[in-house]
Write a protein that binds this ligand. Structure first.
Ligand code: ADP
Ligand code: MG
Length: 238
């Protein structure tokens, strides 16, 4: 409707892709249960940020998401909250041990931030969030992954090391997030990212976030995402 377009203009947001779902304006509209709503309010989140308004309903409806937004726009909750719902929906069915949700980030610092933010919300369901990035001992990480987890937050290189060490497999993974994809490419992780993609079932749900959209990333988007909802916050490429 007109009102929504006006709101989008105010938020400098645009949405493309086949039949994008209607944006939400409040967390209440997402259909989260009481436990998750409590975790959201405990985190001090009163209302969704611009990217969350569109990415939450898209991801909750099972769509792939391509999000172009700069740092500080609230991307983590945009992919983590739907990930938790996705996992709750299938955890009963599947008694495997590898992560159901996998989040890849380019650096240890970013992975640490995401890990912290994810645990805040995963606590609502007592889900285990494994860390697979530098700075922590590989031995501890192998032990932790072998004990089982629903979510892993990883840098590409360390994830591949841990898979090689048979700490886990990605056979159970059905929700994949590639965060800060442009930096992942700048740092030379394309081969690793593609190798990880090749180990995850192709019917997974995939969300890719990036501040910029260079040609290399467009190619990855074409290869890794299916019919994504394309959300841009701010001006693309800036
Ligand atoms: P990005 O990944 O886009 O850089 P983050 O997900 O790290 O952004 O979020 C940036 C900061 O904003 C974090 O401190 C996060 O806790 C906070 N934040 C995210 N969403 C909301 C919200 N809806 N309300 C209030 N604070 C939020
Ligand atoms: Mg981030």
């Amino acid at each position: 409707s007109l009102v929504e377009y006006e709101d989008f203009a105010k938020m400098e947001m645009s949405v493309a892709g086949f039949a994008p779902p209607k944006p939400i304006k409040t967390f209440q509209q997402c259909g989260f249960d009481a436990q998750l709503m409590a975790a959201i309010s405990k985190a001090g989140y009163e209302r969704p940020t611009a990217i969350q308004c569109q990415a939450l309903p898209a991801a909750l409806s099972g769509r792939d998401v391509l999000g172009v937004a700069k740092t500080g726009s609230g991307k983590t909750a945009a992919f983590v909250l739907p990930m938790l719902v996705h996992i709750m929906d299938q955890r009963e069915l599947d008694k495997g041990s590898g992560p159901i949700g996998l989040i890849l980030a380019p650096t240890r610092e970013l992975a640490e931030q995401i890990h912290k933010e994810t645990r805040k919300f995963a606590r609502a369901y007592s889900m285990r969030v494994s860390a697979a990035f530098g700075g922590l001992s590989k031995y501890e990480q192998v032990k932790d992954l072998k004990n089982g987890c629903e979510i892993a937050v990883a840098t590409p290189g360390r994830m591949i090391d841990l898979i090689r060490m048979k700490a886990c497999t990605l056979l159970r993974t059905t929700y994949l997030v590639l965060d800060e994809a442009d930096r992942m490419f700048e740092m030379g992780f394309e081969t690793q990212v593609r190798s990880i993609l090749g180990q995850i079932r192709p019917d997974r749900q995939t969300l890719l976030f990036s501040a910029t959209m260079p040609r290399k990333i467009q190619r990855l988007v074409a290869d890794a995402l299916t019919n994504p909802v394309h959300i841009t916050v701010g001006i693309e490429g800036v």
